[in-house]
Design a protein around this ligand. Sequence first.
Ligand code: FAD
Length: 581
Amino acid sequence: MEQHEFDVVVVGSGAGALLAAIRATDAGLKTLVVEKTALVGGTSAISGGGIWIPDNHSMPKSGLRDSVQAAFRYVKTCARGLASDDRVLAYVETARHMARYLGEIGVPYRCVPSYADYYPTLEGAMPGGRTMDPMDFNAGKLGVQDLELLRPTSPGQLVFGRMHINAFEARSMLARERKAKFVLMWMMARYFLDYPWRNKTRRDRRLTGGQALVGGLFTALRKRGITLWLESPLQSLTEKDGRVTGVVVRRNGQDVTVTARRAVVLGAGGFERNQQMREEYLPQPTDQAWVATPPDANTGDAHRAGVAVGGVLHLMAHTWGAPTIYVPKEEKYRAMFVERSMPGCMVVNARGERFLNESGPYPEFQQAMFANHAQTGGAVPAWIVFDATFRANYPIGPIMPAMAVPDAKLRKSWLNTVYWKGETLEELAAQIGVDAQGLVASARRMTEFAKTGKDLDFGRGDNVFDRYYGDVNVKPNPNLAPIEKGPFYAMKLNPGDIGTKGGLLTDRDARVLRADGQAIEGLYCVGNNSASVMGPSYPGAGSTLGPAMTFAYRAIAHIVGKPIALEHPELLEQSELLESA
Ligand code: FAD
């Protein structure tokens, strides 16, 4: 069998894995990255790239004040005892240092001042600023050849199928701010006038979101000359005397053993693409096809490899849930993050009844679907229903607003696959198999709520989080408008996800733990490969990528013998006292 030797072997090429490799190399370690697919970046590359970083360096510039103490209280409440306090504290303390490091290696971030935490009424929550977005990244720094190796973003995140759009621009357009049309004109001019670049590739030079994040990390990886093996899936871990000593990977059809003198860092994503594991661990019904992550990539390989050397699994019944929709010819389902927050739509079950706040956080959405399905048997799938006014003004899934792309110009194959249409609500109800009386009653009630601005059933638009994605022109509640003008439309929503959050249990330095709580020497784990530090919750946008990279940062410090000490251990003592009080 072929033999190789490195100090550190990193498995996977998502954000956490790449950051681990870069940091390890900066610390003088000879590092190898092995990636299963032919492309770099995993789900991280197709993500929004947002990271949730309490008390970050960019907040004071926006006049925001935060503290580790407040963030600790908030995440601890969110995590509901399913992540250890010292791990939570390690996260909220180290995340800001990691964010600064990102800037130093050429991947700068800035905070989004008005993007609220997902549970803005909990103690310690912030009305904005903890979510940070990557600055746009010039793909010229990476080069066209490597750009082709960067997993491309999903079609849903491109404007006119070509141009990248960043979160600030997307929000401006969705919220129909006045500057939106200038933003669009600028984007188009910038893309189409860039002849030198367009002669080389169709892909946009300006990378945004997850493309900017992974494009930047990939550039940093190349600058350091780090060895990268694509199409080289991890098969198993090697061990000696209870210590992990390396990996076996499949390369060019052969098993290759690689010795890791110091450590193996697992960052091979979740198990969302493994139907068997979904059926074993997740709430039912479940289907890997409903997932918005790259097909065939994250199948829990490294979960199993970790268990085989004694690691324990935790939080396996949880996902980073989000409603998803099917679009013909696309390789994966699309997550519906924000469109459902815009005014003039509602989500109903088979009885035509609403059962949730449509503008609420997407993970809650999936949980509400399962809860209602258990009661009524009719919330999987659920239906998002909207009227002609909504259709005219807002994009939804792959469908652009009717004022830009009227029904006659929509792809014929999308009718009755992506969207359903009826001249009346009764006609629509018959098509989608929903109770017509219930649907009409729900639409009437929403129309009443829109007049007063108060959703008496689910409080839609009552908090800053809901209103972040609303129409600034709609009063009194930017999330509520009548649903009364035909034709009416519906789209089918599945309880999908953007990754699973259960995985190998780790300590605050990302070391994989055995059932007795002892760490496995030489084995570290980050990202969705590990059990989330957020427990079952999603405290704010960026709660998966932020921890993935922060624990990679902490892991390397530990590997080089300089573990990052807790800055505020007294908070742990206080929390223990509170619990025993
Ligand atoms: P990944 O990024 O998926 O990387 C795992 C890598 O490991 C893959 O490349 C995979 O091919 C590889 N791999 C798998 N098995 C093996 C093996 N056996 N050997 C070697 N390699 C292997 N989260 C946020 O925090 N902020 C956001 O803004 C955000 N936006 C999102 C938007 C969308 C549309 C989606 C789908 C997700 C979004 N997420 C976001 C979620 C986030 O992208 C994922 O949770 C995160 O990328 C997971 O990172 P990871 O490194 O664990 O896995």
